[in-house]
Design a protein around this ligand. Structure first.
Ligand SMILES: NC(=O)c1ccc[n+]([C@@H]2O[C@H](COP(=O)([O-])OP(=O)(O)OC[C@H]3O[C@@H](n4cnc5c(N)ncnc54)[C@H](OP(=O)(O)O)[C@@H]3O)[C@@H](O)[C@H]2O)c1
Length: 377
C-alpha cells in the first residue's frame, strides 16, 4: 500500500507538495503504523521554521534535502509488525510525520510506552521518541482523541510554565511591597498554549494575567475569562511599568519584545516559548541588547526532571492528569467551548490548513484535525 507524504519546502514554508511512494518491506523488529489523524496548529509551523536550527526535520527524513516532513501529534494503529512485543491493531499516540503511514523501530517497551529506537532519532530529544500505548495510557479516552491530539502536547508546556513560575515565586523579590500581585503578560494570547497557561495561572487567584493579541482575536481572548485583561499589541502603554512582571512570549516577535523590555521597568523574567509571529523573529543576538532580564528559553524537560525528582514519577503523572482533566473539561464545555474541532481529509485539505496555520489567519476557536489516510488503509 503506498504512503502519502505531505512535504514542505524547508527554505520557503509557503511551498508544499504531496508525494506517493511504495512501501519498503519491514525489517525485523519494526512496525508500520497507519496514521489515522493528527492536529495541525502554529506549533507545527514553529517546528518547521526551526526545522534546521532545532533538528525537527531530522525526525522523519524525507530523503530529499530541500523538502521536509513536518512533525505532528496524532493517533495511529499498527498495520504490520515484525516486532514480537507490538501486535497488529495496537493504537498509539505520539509524534508522527505528516503522512499516511510511518515505520517505527520499537526499542524499550513498557506497558504504557514504546520508544522508537531508530538510529536517526537517537540524538533527538527523548520526549518526542515515546509513543503512548492507548490501551494503558492514563490520559486516553477513545472519544476524545481529537482534543488529545490538539491540546495534549501544548497543555503539558502550559502547565509546566505555570509550575516553573510558581516554583520561582514569580521572580518577586524582597523589595516588593507585601501583598503586591505579580503580573504575567502573555503574547499570542489566543493560541492554545497561551490560553492553557492563562488557565493554569488564573487558578492561582493571585496573579494578574494579561493577554496580548491581535485585533481579530481580542473578543475571543476576552471571552475565555482566564485573562484578567486583554490588550492589543499597540496598547502596551496600558501596562503598569513598575509592577513585578513576567513576560511569557509565544509570539517570538522581536519588535514587540523590545517594546516590552523598554517599557517595563518592573520586568523580572522574560520567557521564550514560541514564535507564532513567524516572520517577525528577532535578529540573532538581539536579546543581548535588551534592557532588563535576558530572555531565556523555557526548557520544559528540565522542569519535568526537577518535579519528578521532588514529587516522584507517579505523583507527577497524577498532578498532570488532574490539571489536564480540569483544563479539557473547561476548553470543551459544550455550552461555551474554547475549542471547536474541524476535521479535514486528504492532501488538498491539508495544504489549505497548513497555509492557514502558517499565516495565523484562522478562527482562534478552531482546532484542525487532518487525515491523510487512504481509503484502503
Ligand atoms: N517551547 C515549547 O516547549 C512549546 C510547546 C508548545 C507550544 N510552543 C509554541 O507556542 C506557540 C503557540 O502554539 P499553538 O499551537 O498553541 O498555536 P495556535 O493555537 O495555533 O495559535 C494561533 C495563534 O497564534 C498567532 N499566530 C499564528 N500564526 C501567526 C502569524 N503567522 N502571524 C501572526 N500571528 C500568528 C495568532 O494569535 P494572536 O493573534 O493572539 O497573536 C493565532 O490566533 C508556537 O510558537 C509553539 O511552537 C512551544
Amino acid at each position: 500500500m503506498p504512503t502519502l507524504d505531505f512535504l514542505v519546502r524547508k527554505t520557503d514554508l509557503t511551498l508544499t507538495r504531496v508525494r506517493e511512494r511504495e512501501d519498503m518491506p519491514l525489517a525485523p523488529g519494526q512496525v508500520r503504523v497507519g496514521i489515522d489523524a493528527f492536529a495541525l496548529t502554529a506549533n507545527n509551523v514553529t517546528y518547521a521554521s526551526f526545522g534546521d536550527a532545532m533538528g525537527y526535520w531530522q525526525f522523519f527524513p524525507s530523503g530529499e534535502a530541500e523538502w521536509g516532513s513536518v512533525p505532528v501529534w496524532g493517533f495511529g494503529r499498527v498495520l504490520q509488525s515484525t516486532h514480537p512485543g507490538v501486535a497488529v491493531g495496537e493504537r498509539l499516540y505520539g509524534f508522527f510525520p505528516t503522512a499516511s503511514q510511518a515505520v517505527l523501530t520499537p526499542g524499550k517497551l513498557t506497558p504504557e510506552r514504546i520508544t522508537d529506537a531508530s538510529p536517526h532519532r537517537a540524538e533527538l530529544a527523548a520526549v518526542y521518541n515515546q509513543y503512548f500505548r492507548c490501551a494503558s495510557d492514563a490520559l486516553y479516552t477513545a472519544d476524545t482523541e481529537d482534543v488529545q491530539a490538539l491540546l495534549r502536547p501544548l497543555f503539558i508546556t502550559s502547565w509546566l510554565i505555570d509550575d516553573f513560575l510558581g516554583d520561582n515565586g514569580f521572580f518577586m523579590d524582597g523589595a516588593d511591597a507585601p501583598g503586591s500581585r505579580p503580573v504575567a503578560v502573555l503574547s499570542s494570547a489566543s493560541s492554545k498554549t497561551a490560553y492553557g497557561t492563562a488557565f493554569a495561572l488564573a487558578q492561582r487567584g493571585q496573579v494578574d494575567v494579561v493577554g496580548l493579541t491581535s485585533e481579530p482575536n481580542r473578543a475571543f481572548c476576552e471571552s475565555l475569562g482566564c485573562y484578567t485583561r486583554v490588550l492589543g499589541y499597540g496598547e502596551l502603554a496600558q501596562l503598569d511599568a513598575q509592577a513585578p512582571t513576567v513576560y511569557i512570549d509565544f509570539a517570538g516577535n522581536g519588535e514587540l519584545r523590545r517594546r516590552l523590555h523598554e517599557r517595563l521597568g518592573g520586568l523580572r523574567y522574560s520567557m521564550v516559548i514560541g514564535n507564532t509571529h513567524v516572520d517577525q523573529r528577532a535578529p540573532q543576538g538581539e536579546a543581548k541588547t535588551l534592557p532588563g532580564p535576558r530572555p531565556t528559553f523555557f526548557f520544559a524537560p528540565a522542569q519535568i526532571k526537577k518535579r519528578t525528582a521532588e514529587w516522584g514519577t507517579e505523583a507527577f503523572g497524577q498532578r498532570l492528569a488532574q490539571a489536564w482533566r480540569a483544563f479539557t473539561a473547561r476548553a470543551t464545555d459544550p455550552a461555551r467551548p474554547w475549542l471547536r474541532v474541524a476535521r479535514h481529509a486528504g492532501p488538498e485539505a491539508l495544504a489549505a490548513v497548513w497555509q492557514e496555520a502558517r499565516e495565523g489567519r484562522g478562527d482562534a476557536r478552531c482546532g484542525h484535525i487532518v487525515s491523510l489516510k487512504t481509503p484502503a488503509a
